[in-house]
Design a binder for this molecule. Structure first.
Ligand code: DAH
Length: 346
């Protein structure tokens, strides 16, 4: 038995293998139960004790050689096969999971569309704005609670004499007088201002950054009836035909009179009862949407508009809030934690 020749044969045969599977077959031929190595071992029975010793050693060395060479050949062949797969341009492409719009973007687009239909123009006003636009022109005195730095984020810097300090705007109402100025104090004004707002809170109903949409309508003869009609149109378009609206007296510095808007609960449809039990979402049949009212004469004046000739209404609602109400989402933080299971729902 010439081990050197055998080794050479194995190497030749392995060199002919073009796939890892072929190398595995060869492995069986040599190392399998009825393979060549075992045949060789059987063959040494007839030898003398001395001869057995050397032959046994040689065969074991041969076995180790085959094992190692097959392993090497297989790993090379696997690598080649993988390489081939990478460049096989005839294979169909892998199915890519496509991305989708964020639920807030979807809501912004939907709300913009609803107001576009009745002639409102979408505007975006600064997120970092002067105190002047965020508070002063909105009839909010320096002592107003919202102007405390627990409520609003003020930026470092030298305050401007007229404009005051810079703030991260806490509401989209900063767009009201800016829009009046843009239109050179000349109504009609029909604006929907959508933007980011900032308040230092973080819990199930507050995130430090959130979105609002601010409606503003100014013209001759604008009344609460126009306001209510517009709100009903929006609510029925966004939440569904059967949703009802009510106005509740309230107070805001920049509207007079002021209201809070409620809509019938999207879960119990206003009945306050779900499956014989009190509705957990609203408890009363109604859910609060946000604030509204007739634009305060001082705000119109700040925008250069004569309140004896023109009147108007305004409202400000949270985008996250209306979206949560529409879909029964109970924690606003879902929008901003990036959990793909939540995002996939939209
Ligand atoms: N700016 C108010 C807020 O963020 C919401 C608001 C209330 C806006 C009444 C208005 C309005 O335009 O008329 O809480």
């Amino acid at each position: 038995m010439d081990i050197t020749t055998l080794k050479k044969t194995v190497l030749d045969e392995l060199a002919k293998c073009t796939t890892a599977d072929a190398a595995s077959d060869l492995e069986l031929i040599y190392l399998g139960r009825n393979g060549r190595v075992n045949e060789l071992l059987k063959g040494i029975k007839s030898l003398s004790l001395e001869e057995k010793k050397t032959a046994g050693k040689d065969i074991n060395a041969f076995k180790a050689f085959v094992t190692e060479e097959v392993r090497r050949a297989k790993s090379e062949l696997y690598a080649q096969e993988e390489q081939k797969i990478k460049v096989d341009v005839t294979l169909p492409p892998p199915l890519n999971k496509s991305g989708s719009l964020h639920p807030i973007t979807i809501a912004v687009n939907e709300i913009t569309g609803i107001f576009n239909k009745i002639g409102f123009i979408r505007m975006s006003y600064p997120e970092v704005d002067w105190e002047y636009y965020a508070f002063e022109v909105l009839n909010m005195p320096k002592t107003h609670a919202a102007r405390d730095d627990f409520e609003t984020t003020f930026l470092n810097g030298i305050p401007d004499k007229k404009m005051g300090k810079m703030v991260l705007t806490p509401h989209t109402s900063n767009g009201q007088v800016r829009e009046m100025e843009r239109l050179k104090s000349t109504p009609p004004i029909r604006m929907i201002n959508i933007g980011k707002c900032y308040r230092p809170n973080w819990d199930a109903t507050h995130t430090p950054m959130f979105h609002q949409f601010e409606g503003l309508c100014v013209d001759k003869g604008i009344t609460i009836a126009n306001l209510k009609g517009t709100l009903e149109y929006f609510v029925k378009s966004y939440f569904g035909e059967n949703t009802e609206v009510r106005l509740r007296p309230h107070h805001f510095q920049f509207t007079e009179p002021s209201f809070e808007v409620d809509i019938t609960c999207t879960m119990c449809k206003g009945s306050a009862v779900v499956e014989g039990k009190k509705c957990k979402i609203c408890k009363s049949g109604w859910l609060e949407l946000g604030g509204t009212g007739m634009v305060h004469p001082n705000v119109l004046k700040a925008g250069g508009i004569d309140p004896t000739i023109y009147s108007g209404w305004a409202f400000g609602f949270g985008i996250e809030r209306v979206n949560m109400m529409k879909y029964g989402i109970d924690d606003i933080r879902n929008y901003y934690t990036g959990d793909i299971r939540f995002l996939n729902l939209f």
